[in-house]
Design a protein around this ligand. Structure first.
Ligand code: UDP
Ligand code: MG
Length: 343
């Protein structure tokens, strides 16, 4: 495995001399984007640091982009990066990171569930030496008991299975120093489970707790099935322990089946008993074939991942970058290494 050179020491930046990049991936958020931009701009303007806001349109089919162009008409600090279609939030964030030029980069959801008012605290923690400032959700307003319970269970299972541990209840809302972003951009995998990638990178991390607010408007893009898919993706991207478990379960079942077989032969020879009937055999066959199918499926997940990685497609494709209203610029460096920009 190649090692990644990441420099030796974080240098505390001077006040006012740093540039912040704020990345906002969005998909069909036309109702909430005006509020988001207003709240974010007022926080950033008060802070007095240089900044840029990168909105990443993840293939919206509503009027989100037109709304954004309208509200950012006056701003020279805003860019809209349009992807060619919906690639998913993880890919949209990668596009934002590749285009960010700040000394520190902050990722925010468009729906205001991650309050922009916390940015000054994040920047203070970064200036105090943290490379990653991860925001931990203390309370999830507007989320049902089932979502909270499943999120709780997921983080615990993931942490048992994967090394390094993923800090629980932290999401994409975080600040990353330039060297963390550069390292993240060197990780070329297509299956981008960001929480796992953040944890893999390491570096000094500070955790700040906050209360997660309700969505300001619009609807969540996730349903339970897609969350389950993401959870499975997270586990299989960062751990091969499920494969080990399958081997152990297989060995255990074989041992059990073998012992049972010996027991039947023993009874028939020494006690002259008939082989017990059909139902027990069916039960054994069903159990074993169930385990076999499950483990083949699991194996397939890993083989499928290797297949996707082997194709080496870019993580996302940029359609264009709108730097100021009415001006669209083809970006030749887009595509996170893939170098593809379709216009
Ligand atoms: N999002 C995206 N691409 C997608 C799905 C979601 O860019 O395919 C954005 C979405 O617009 C929002 C953020 O990711 O800014 C978080 O999504 P959402 O609020 O739906 O997720 P939740 O907060 O319910 O987990
Ligand atoms: Mg949300």
């Amino acid at each position: 495995m190649s090692t990644i050179q990441t420099g030796s020491k974080a240098e505390p930046p001077d006040a006012g001399a740093v540039k912040l990049s704020i990345i906002i991936p969005f998909l069909n958020e036309q109702e909430v984007l005006p509020h988001c931009h207003a709240r974010l701009s007022s926080v950033l303007n008060v802070m007095g640091e240089q900044y840029e806001i990168l909105y990443v349109d993840d293939g919206s089919s509503d009027d989100s982009v037109a709304t954004l162009v309208n509200i950012t008409r006056e701003s020279t600090k805003t860019k809209i990066i349009r992807l060619s279609r919906n690639f998913g939030k993880e890919a949209a964030m990668s596009a934002g990171l590749a285009h960010a030029s700040g000394d520190a980069v902050i990722v925010l959801d468009a729906d205001l569930q991650d309050p922009p008012e916390l940015i000054p605290d994040m920047v203070t923690a970064w200036k105090a030496g943290a490379d990653i400032v991860a925001m931990r959700r203390r309370f999830r307003d507007g989320e049902g008991w089932f979502k909270r319970l499943s999120a709780y269970a997921f983080y615990r299972i993931l942490n048992r299975l994967s090394r390094p541990a993923v800090p629980s209840d932290t999401g994409d809302f975080r600040l990353m120093s330039r060297r963390v972003v550069d390292t993240l951009l060197q990780l070329r995998e297509r299956c981008r489970y960001m929480k796992g990638l953040y944890a893999w990178i390491g570096f000094p991390t500070t955790i700040i707790e906050y209360d997660r607010e309700r969505r300001a408007a619009g609807k969540t893009k996730w349903n339970y099935l897609s969350l389950l898919g993401l959870a499975f993706e997270g586990i299989t991207s960062f751990s091969t322990k499920p494969l080990r478990c399958a081997t152990i379960i297989g060995a255990f079942a074989a041992l059990l089946g073998g012992s049972f077989g010996f027991w039947i032969i023993f009874k028939t020879i020494f006690f002259g008993e008939d082989v017990p009937g059909y139902p027990s055999m069916i039960a054994a066959i069903t159990l074993l074939s169930g385990i076999q199918l499950l483990t083949i499926g699991l194996l397939g997940e890993y083989v499928g991942k290797t297949y996707i990685e082997a194709k080496q497609r870019p993580v996302y494709v940029v359609r264009d970058v709108i730097e100021s209203p009415l001006q669209s610029i083809v970006d030749p460096t887009a595509g996170n290494g893939g170098g593809i920009a379709y216009y």
